[in-house]
Design a protein around this ligand. Structure first.
Ligand code: ZN
Length: 720
């Protein structure tokens, strides 16, 4: 009699190589030596996977390798090595010494609805009719074990091993949530199921492990495998058990054996739950019974959609003929039962390298680390970034720059780094440097919570944007650095840029460390800022997509703020470098800034660009549009009209005091266009002292060169 004895195998099922319609290509094996190496690599990876370590290969890479091995073997059947993982349960990795009463088999896999439908058809042929109904359950991504109960008492835990015999891990009795030491009834049975770590248990396990000087586990499955097999550890970590099979123990109660043998799988699961064992019935994806293939596929889709939200990993859906009679009619092969199949979901974990950690400041001032990865494909998407949660999380997991990391992606959720693959370290990994001040506004960081926060909180953005506006290349307000701005913001004196221009002497004097001299100097600097050209005022507003040079182009094109504000997206596109995408967003953002611009104007801030002539007013006659555009393009006048100019090296003489930004402003006032890189389009390179590669490139390309003095003479009328 066939008993419901089989095991779910993890994502590394070797059976995959026999199926058609793979999602990823097999590894290519060129010759016998490559084949031998591939077998060795696969055996090693498999041993690590089942033995509790971390494999150097992720599931996808392993699958590809084994498929490549299988392909080579089918072409060279006389050269198959005895170690080959193909056709073996668990890749032949682990041999235990406790025999299983009934073999714990693997499952064959399907990957697509078509493959699944084909499988149901072959099942129907085998049993002589369509399977009456299917049980559909999530395929848990953990480690299969058999739990033996004698008269209702848990006496022994055995890993699956090679399916015939497993390893005794009874020392783990009492550490598995959901696997009681005493059943509700004094029966002598074996419960089979999966041991796994939930997301929370995994995080806890790595915390405890690293606290004891151990290396973190790369993923929950490796963590549960390692923790289950570890004996005499100074600490224990909780894991969770889900039952998915119930069978009588040999040579005991034959009446019970007969009864269990007649129960449908769904009834066995209900009984398992009644005995007090945890099953998937308690989860968001409980096992169900489906009457048809369509219903089954619908459930597969539902489960796949819920995958990202589950507090534990699944790597597929297990579908079984539910009725014992159907199962018995189908029978089992040596490796897998014919009445059950695993519908595999795409891999969600890959190993890649952590290249950099960026620190981003959110709207509320939360400073969140983000990992930059060597690009890796998961579920058809290229993953470049992964969330790292918080600094404590990095420390806890002992992550380092250059580490190989296990990256997990499920659905549309932002990918996360599970953990470093510590045994792949070379010693060249570098510690991750945490920021000492807010990376956006430069204020101090509140590190009292796990999630670091800029002390400015929601004002962080305000401090950063005011600091930018007051900066040297914008309004150039001397004495108004980040520290002073923080003071103003905290005192409630500056809620936006316009507030800076209405500050009074008394208000400033009331601030700490603010004497009469610095107050007067600051007021003078603020007053002088009112006369900055429109290009700088515009830049200070910080409109997205408009940096310094774009602000200059807009200001020169429109000449006045009124003209800019009157421009629609079409008119905005007349400015060089503004395309169909950027134009509407600039127009929209300027409209949003309207009240602020009004207040700046009222405060006396200059809103015109010196030397610029406004475009010819548009009329309602559309025929004139092209003329306006032509006019806009042609209106550049001055000695540099139509020229693209690059400045490199240190300026001397009359130009010595000009910053690079001021040089660019000068070029544009004189009718030219400033650029930072030399190309064939460059008309003139101003090469100062120490000019290097840009000068050399200009010489190579035969581009006109000018010394700072020559250039100063050329634009003498436009220096201010
Ligand atoms: Zn900040």
């Amino acid at each position: 009699m066939e008993l419901p004895g089989y095991a779910q195998v993890g994502a590394l099922s070797v059976v995959a190589c026999r199926m058609v319609g793979m999602t990823t290509p097999a590894a290519e094996i060129m010759d016998g030596a490559a084949y031998a190496q591939a077998v060795e690599d696969a055996v090693k990876a498999s041993a690590a996977y089942y033995g509790g370590g971390t494999s150097a290969l992720d599931d996808d890479a392993y699958d590809r390798l084994v498929r490549g091995i299988a392909a080579w073997e089918s072409d060279h059947p006389d050269q198959v090595l005895p170690d080959s993982p193909t056709g073996k349960v668990a890749g032949g990795a682990v041999v235990g010494d406790v025999p299983h009463t009934v073999a714990m088999l693997s499952l064959d896999n399907v990957f697509t609805p078509e493959e699944f439908t084909a499988w149901t058809a072959s099942l129907a042929r085998r049993i002589g009719h369509e399977a009456q109904r299917f049980s559909v359950e999530p395929k848990l991504d953990g480690l299969a074990i058999a739990a033996r109960y004698t008269d209702g008492r848990l006496t022994r835990l055995i890993t699956r091993g090679d399916g015939i015999a497993g390893e005794d891990v009874s020392h783990a009795i009492g550490t598995l949530v959901g696997l009681p030491e005493k059943l509700e009834r004094p029966v002598t049975v074996e419960v089979r199921g999966e041991v796994l770590m939930t997301t929370a248990q995994f995080e806890h396990a790595n915390e405890v492990r690293t606290a004891h000087g151990g290396q973190p586990f790369a993923n929950p499955r490796g963590a549960s495998a390692g923790s289950l097999r570890a004996k005499d550890r100074a600490y224990t970590v909780p894991m969770t058990f889900f039952g998915y099979g119930l069978l009588p123990l040999a040579d005991t109660d034959t009446a019970l054996a007969a009864r269990l043998g007649e129960l449908a799988h769904s009834d066995l699961m209900a009984l398992t739950a009644q005995l007090g064992v945890n099953t998937t019935a308690t989860t968001a994806v409980p096992g169900i019974v489906a009457a048809t293939v369509e219903e089954t596929l619908e459930r597969v889709r539902e489960t796949a959609a819920l995958r990202a939200e589950l507090p534990f990993g699944i790597d597929g859906i297990v579908i079984k003929a539910d009725l014992a009679a159907d199962q018995q009619a189908a029978g089992s092969g040596s490796r897998a039962p014919r009445w059950a199949i695993a519908y595999k979901l795409p891999a969600v974990e890959k190993i890649t390298r952590l290249v950099e950690v960026q620190w981003n400041v959110g709207r509320t001032g939360i400073i969140a680390p983000r990992g930059v990865l060597e690009p890796v494909q998961i579920e058809g998407a290229t993953i470049t970034y992964a969330t790292l949660h918080n600094p404590a999380d990095i420390t806890r997991r002992d992550l380092r720059l250059g580490d190989h990391v296990m990256v997990h992606r499920a659905g549309d959720v932002i990918p996360r780094i599970e953990a470093p693959v510590a045994h792949l370290r070379t010693g060249d990994e570098q510690p991750i440097v945490f920021p000492e001040v807010c990376p956006r506004c430069g204020s101090a960081i509140d590190t009292s919570q796990e999630r670091w926060r800029c002390e400015q909180g929601r004002n962080c953005h305000l401090v950063a944007s005011l600091s930018y506006a007051a900066g040297r290349d914008q309004l150039d307000i001397e004495g108004l650095g980040a520290t002073r701005i923080v003071q103003l913001v905290e005192a409630g004196l500056a809620a936006d840029l316009a507030d800076l221009f209405t500050l009074t002497r008394d208000q400033l004097l009331a601030l700490e460390r603010m004497g009469a001299t610095s107050t007067d100097n600051l007021l003078t600097a603020i007053d002088a800022a009112k006369d900055q050209p429109l290009s700088r005022v515009l830049c200070a507003l910080g409109v997205r997509g408009t940096g310094r040079s774009m602000s200059r182009r807009i200001a020169r094109h429109f000449a006045t703020m009124d003209n800019i504000r009157a421009a629609d997206a079409d008119a905005m596109q007349q400015v060089e470098g503004i395309g169909t995408e950027k134009a509407p967003s600039i127009v929209a953002e300027l409209a949003e800034l309207s009240p602020l611009i009004d207040r700046l104007t009222a405060a006396g801030v200059n809103m015109t660009e010196p030397g610029a002539t406004p475009p010819t007013p548009t009329t309602s006659d559309t025929d004139t549009d092209t003329e306006v555009a032509a006019d806009g393009t042609d209106k550049a006048v001055g000695p540099l009209a139509g020229m693209t100019v690059v400045v490199t090296g240190a300026m001397t003489g009359a130009l010595e005091k000009l910053s690079r930004n001021q040089m660019n402003e000068l070029i544009e006032r004189a009718g030219g266009r400033s650029s930072s890189s030399v190309s064939r389009k460059t008309s003139l390179v101003v090469a100062g002292e120490g000019a290097g590669s840009k000068r050399a490139k200009a010489e190579d390309l035969g581009i006109r060169l000018a010394s700072p003095d020559e250039f100063a003479a050329l634009v003498a009328d436009f220096t201010t």
